[in-house]
Design a protein around this ligand. Sequence first.
Ligand code: ADP
Length: 520
Amino acid sequence: MAWLQRLTLSQKFLATFGLLLLLLGFSLAAILFYLSRINSYVERHKRITVPAITTAAEMQHHLSQLTLDAHTLFEAGSAAGRGEAARRLADRGADIRKALEYYRSTHTARTHPVMFRMLTRHGRADLAAQEDHAIEAISERLNDLGARAKVMSANLSTGHEAEAQTNLAALDALSTQLTEALGTLVEVHTRIDAEMKDEGDSLLLQAKLVILALVLLLGLVIVGAYIAVSRQVARPLRRLADTADRVAHHDLTANFDPWPARDEVGDLTRSLEAMLMNIRDRTRALERKTGELESFTYSVAHDLKTPLREIEGFSSLLARKFGATMEPSARHYVEVIHASAIRLTALIEDLLRYSRIEQQTLPFSQINLRALVEQLVAERQGAAQDPKPEIIVEVPYTEVRGEATSIRQALVNLLDNAVKFSRDSKPARIVIGGAATQTERILWIRDNGIGINPEQAHRIFGLFERLHGPEEYEGTGVGLAIVKLVMDKHRGRVWVESAPGKGSTFYLAFPVDSPTPCAS
Ligand code: ADP
């Protein structure tokens, strides 16, 4: 079957359909062939048997007339009557001979090669011989009968009544023999017709068997084609799709089953295998680089934290111990150093947090989101911040599926932003609500703060993207990037609806069917 493996899918389909077409063609040709043969036998029955029987019946009729005419001749009283009867007798004889010749030339089995071949095939060539024999016998009797009639007519003309009587009796006997010979002819022909009927029946049977065999063959080819398509196309594609699905879900240990055929499935398998090798190589390289970068970030961040803490601590000590005696400009410098150290520490903390969430793939569990939100709100309302915003929680469902620590971090960032960017509103009001759809659990946090220009809204989820300077609103520009990262890991969505001066609403949508975390 090596040649089969070299064919493309379209060539295999073409071959299958070609085979089906060929079989259909054979079936049609067989049906037509048998129909025409059966039809030819029906036609022959109409063209030969029926006229032959009719001709034989006609001859029998002429014969009975001839016998009657012979008796009329014998009984005629006048010479004129005898002449008339003799003429009719001769006419009848001529009619019978004419019908016999017509029969011999057009109705006998030997004059129809197809019929004669059929009789030979059936082992009944003797019927043709019997027919010839019957015709010969009729012809001979007819000759005898004509001769007798002439002799009887001469006897009557010469007044030899007794000889005429003897000849009439002989004529009657010949007529009887002739009738028997005609009967034999009809009987032989009826047997020939029966052979024709048998031939028609056997042709019909053959036609049925051939058509049945072709239909079975057609069925076998269709079943074979179905099995071949499912083995050669559907099943390997299904297996490829399953493996591709595992790869899509980050299972890089999956392997595509080898497919030796050089068809499209083989090409696809080889391309997917090459793609998988490529992905494995790149993933390995990426993992190595990410690991290096991570340890680099960690060590830089940790190494930076100690000197920063010292700068922050010593600058605050400096301000506290010597602030009163310092020149105002020197005091200002110390304050700037202290504030910058605090900002840098916050930035490093945020970056470490982002990096941790990015690296981690913690398992999902059911989380009571409403309880989590209420706890965070209580923490904010208990804080020593003044004035406190009014925070209303009206989440209509309780559970979402996900990773609790990262979701908590995302909620903290959104809630802190809402508090921060509405602190100048009098009074500040934050509403936390939600909606449960068939596919998602949506949570929204609405504030009545400064709002965002919708044209810039797409930017704010990027790392270090800020729409306000640190002198207006403190911050690092990492908070919303963390929110976006958390929602990506949950295969969820985050978006904002806002307008300057009209407050902002941030939406989080968790998919209902997200059983596993999405690797970053
Ligand atoms: P930041 O540390 O500056 O808050 P974020 O990533 O949390 O960083 O936010 C990015 C920017 O998006 C903010 O600097 C601010 O300009 C804008 N922003 C975020 N939340 C709000 C909000 N609730 N109202 C108005 N602006 C907001």
